[in-house]
Ligand binder design. Structure first.
Ligand code: 4AD
Ligand code: MG
Length: 462
């Protein structure tokens, strides 16, 4: 028989019934012939109090009921007379699946630093903090599908191994089956990828966008939700080498539709987490102080500020603050600039639109001014860029000119150009970095702490 989850016990409150639960012991204390055990099973922030009295046959097993032990208990669910919980189980049966060596179990009751917990990535989901992070992450993932499905978007599965470099930033991981000590080379010593598995060089994808575009150009509105990979050597609190991205792509849509969708999407994520993860957010508010119910409620209602890149530069030039990186029309915004816009000037989310074409990817639609492209970035307080998106260039000649300027070879992109040859239409989309969004909502300071197995430069332990 499967056990009942603690979350259900505490919310259904079937006092007077005999229940069976399984979980891991958080703490145990004994006083006057009675032991109190706090049990957690990952389903909720709360622990369930187990009461083991001297008369219970379970009493003589208490010695092995250490912090960290996995147990199964059955007993009567009662109103609790004690403070701190409404219900408790009067234990009649107790089975220890696995005890935990009390001296060596790394998660004793005391608080641990997030850095230390990263070293025990396999055990950290048992802590309050990581239990809360992963429950919030789960609700957010569910909301992603619910949001798009309700709007008629089709979930499409774009490849993880690809031959194209969508963002053109060159931060790609190569995928190969060549033997590294016998790499075939051509006349000039260059690697001969013709002899590799796919007959040409292949990579882990940095974005599913290009494939999502051809699916949108046949199926209508689509979205992807999957892992993406970037070999950027950025050791920051906002970068992962493997992260999850959600990329909607809309047929017959322009940049304004794109911004509307992005705003609606972010607001819905905040609202659903508030509805379904109240305990977790209260926990983050209390212990980490980087998020709050009020802030999320605010964000789920207020319209985002929309400002052109050109006006954003004007704002930054007016700033009294000294920035580390230069501010000048034509240069990309650095995170200190983004933060200044969200945290100081507008005190809330900001969408910056119409960036100079030189600092954006080849596929973005050229604006009538011929200098800027219909690109938008959504910036959130504290985390900065959460979404990058654009209206796509649907005009064949304009796209070809742009690719020529950037020296992007045409041969491998014929299929992408075909979309502009046959039945081309305006379309737009964006990518939301899932971990950055989890980071924003939970207020966790480091992105390594919102994914079970973070991949970053020089780090792949778990
Ligand atoms: O701005 P980016 O590079 O946009 C694209 O990849 C487009 N192809 C999306 C599209 O239009 N379909 O990345 C999108 C988002 C960023 O705003 C950021 O939130 C996240 O992906 N992101 C990262 N998150 C964690 N670690 C990294 N190294 C990230 N790089 C980007
Ligand atoms: Mg970007």
């Amino acid at each position: 028989m499967r056990p009942v989850r603690i979350k259900n016990i505490l919310s259904d409150g079937n006092v007077g019934q005999t229940v069976t639960v399984c979980g891991w012991i958080r703490t145990k204390r004994e006083s006057k012939g009675v032991a109190f055990i706090a049990l957690n099973d990952g389903s909720t922030q709360d622990t369930l109090q187990l009461v083991v009295s001297a008369e219970s046959p379970a009493f003589n097993k208490l010695q092995d009921c250490n912090t960290g032990a996995a147990v199964k208990v059955s007993g009567l669910l009662k109103e609790s007379p004690g403070k701190g919980q409404n219900q408790e189980i009067e234990v009649s049966e107790l089975k220890i699946f696995g005890s935990a060596d009390s001296g060596n179990y790394p998660l004793q009751k005391k608080g641990h630093s997030l850095e230390f917990l990263r070293e025990i990535g396999h055990l950290r989901p048992r802590t309050n903090t990581f239990g809360a992070v992963f429950r919030v992450r789960n609700i957010m993932a569910d909301t992603v599908h619910d949001f798009f499905q309700k709007r008629g978007f089709m979930w499409v599965h774009t490849p993880i191994i690809t031959s194209s470099d969508c963002e053109g930033a060159g931060d790609l991981f190569t995928v190969t089956s060549l033997e590294l000590d016998k790499i075939p080379t051509g006349k000039n010593g260059e690697i001969d990828f013709c002899q590799d598995f796919f007959g040409r060089r292949a990579y882990l994808t940095v974005s599913g966008q290009l494939e999502a575009e051809f699916l949108a150009m046949s199926l209508g509105d689509v979205y992807t939700f999957g892992p993406t990979f970037r070999a950027e050597n950025s050791n920051t609190s906002r970068h992962l080498s493997e992260f999850w991205m959600i990329e909607p792509e809309m047929a017959f849509a322009d940049i304004d539709d794109d911004m509307d969708l992005a705003e609606d999407f972010i607001r819905t994520l905040c609202r659903k987490v508030l509805e379904k993860c109240e305990k977790e957010i209260a926990f983050f508010e209390k212990f980490y102080k980087n998020t709050s119910m009020n802030e999320l409620a605010d964000l789920s209602e207020k319209p985002f500020v929309r400002i052109s890149y050109t006006d954003a530069i004007t704002e930054l030039l007016k700033a009294k603050k000294k920035f580390e990186f230069p501010v000048e029309w034509g240069l990309d915004l650095q995170s200190e600039h983004e933060r200044y816009l969200t945290d100081t000037v507008f005190r809330g989310p900001v969408i910056v639109v119409d960036y100079p074409k030189e600092i954006k990817a080849f596929y973005m639609r050229l604006n009538p001014d011929m200098k800027t492209v219909a690109a938008m970035d959504v910036l959130l307080p504290k985390v900065g860029e959460i979404i990058g998106g654009s209206q796509r260039e649907e005009r064949l000649d304009v796209l070809e000119n742009r690719m020529q300027d950037l020296a992007i070879p045409f041969e491998s992109m014929q299929w992408y150009l075909d979309l502009r040859r046959y039945g081309s239409a305006p379309h737009a989309g964006f990518g939301l970095g899932f971990e950055r969004m989890v980071q924003y909502i939970t207020g966790m300071p480091n992105i390594r702490d919102v994914i079970p197995c973070p991949r970053t430069p020089q780090s792949i332990k778990f």
